[in-house]
Design a protein around this ligand. Structure first.
Ligand SMILES: [Zn+2]
Length: 300
């Protein structure tokens, strides 16, 4: 996540569209106090922790989830009306996500930072990547008629779902496990050879990744204004490869954005790189099936 205050307008528009965070977090005590631990490849600790601070500051409720049922963390005192709104939101998630994804979510965080900013997040709760915290922003979830039918909200749901699908323990090995350096490595762990992310990276990122990596390293991963300008240049240079501007953030966001287009749109027929990224998912029968499920559930 880039610091939106210093971003050029187009990145701001993008953050309004699909701002997301997927850093790992630790539960530091039984009251589910969340502590930022690490973040994936393209985001600096500094930048990510600023985002996490924002999420923390804008948190309105945290619920633990067992068997799909929400239980409000004891550190929050909320009116029944507010809890009802949060339950409506969670019930929508339950009506859209398949059980195989729902069972990986053990915490729900409700935030409110106005329209735009962070729209949602999905973060593994610890380095095992087996269970996730799921964040939604109230202001970006409900439309002006208080309905959960907005296309941007659907975009967020699909985008975050793919973070859970691509960053869990069936896809990644722990960061401290043995690596033969032959697969893509992110802060969350080492991509398994046949993982979605490793295959996507090999197909679409091997040529451009050194450039982004050089940029990150040159700035020690600290999101200065100069870094943002260069990240923006990187996006402009390769704009033709990305389905949205947010996708240019890094391979993790690129695959989540491309998957979202795969679900929301018909298969493109041209041979552009961005279309190939969307059609990448048709190689996986389980994802084609998931696409159908999501489209049915979202009535797309
Ligand atoms: Zn994301």
């Amino acid at each position: 996540m880039f610091n939106k205050k210093l971003l050029p307008a187009i990145f701001i528009s993008l953050l309004l569209f699909a701002g997301c965070s997927n850093s790992q977090n630790n539960i530091s005590n039984n009251n589910a106090k969340i502590e930022a631990k690490s973040n994936h490849s393209s985001n600096s600790e500094e930048t990510q922790s600023a985002v996490d601070d924002d999420i923390e500051k804008n948190t309105r409720a945290i619920y633990s989830i067992s068997n799909g049922v929400l239980e409000l963390d004891s550190s929050f005192e909320l009116s029944e009306d507010k809890i009802k709104v949060h339950k409506t939101l969670w019930n929508k998630v339950k009506s859209v996500y398949p059980d195989s994804v729902l069972e990986k979510i053990s915490l729900l965080r409700i935030i409110s930072d106005g329209k735009g900013g962070t729209t949602g997040a999905a973060s593994a709760l610890d380095e095992t990547n087996s269970t996730f915290e799921f964040t939604l922003d109230l202001d970006d979830s409900f439309d002006e008629n208080n309905k959960l039918t907005d296309k941007d909200f659907y975009h967020t749901l699909i985008h975050e779902l793919f973070h859970i699908l691509s960053l869990n323990d069936s896809q990644l090995s722990p960061a401290d496990s043995q690596s033969d350096n032959s697969t893509f490595v992110i802060d969350e762990g080492i991509c398994n050879k046949d993982s979605y992310l490793n295959s996507f990276f090999n197909e679409f990122w091997t040529n451009i990744y050194p450039e982004l990596k050089k940029l990150e390293d040159a700035h020690d991963g600290i999101m200065t204004e100069a870094y943002q300008d260069e990240a923006y240049e990187f996006y402009l240079k390769y704009e033709y490869q990305f389905v949205t501007d947010y996708a240019a953030s890094n391979a993790v966001e690129d695959i989540a954005e491309s998957f979202t287009m795969f679900v929301m749109k018909e298969a493109p027929v041209d041979e552009s790189i961005k279309s190939k990224k969307i059609n990448f998912f048709y190689n996986y029968p389980e994802l084609v099936e998931l696409r159908e499920t999501l489209r049915n559930n979202l009535e797309l």
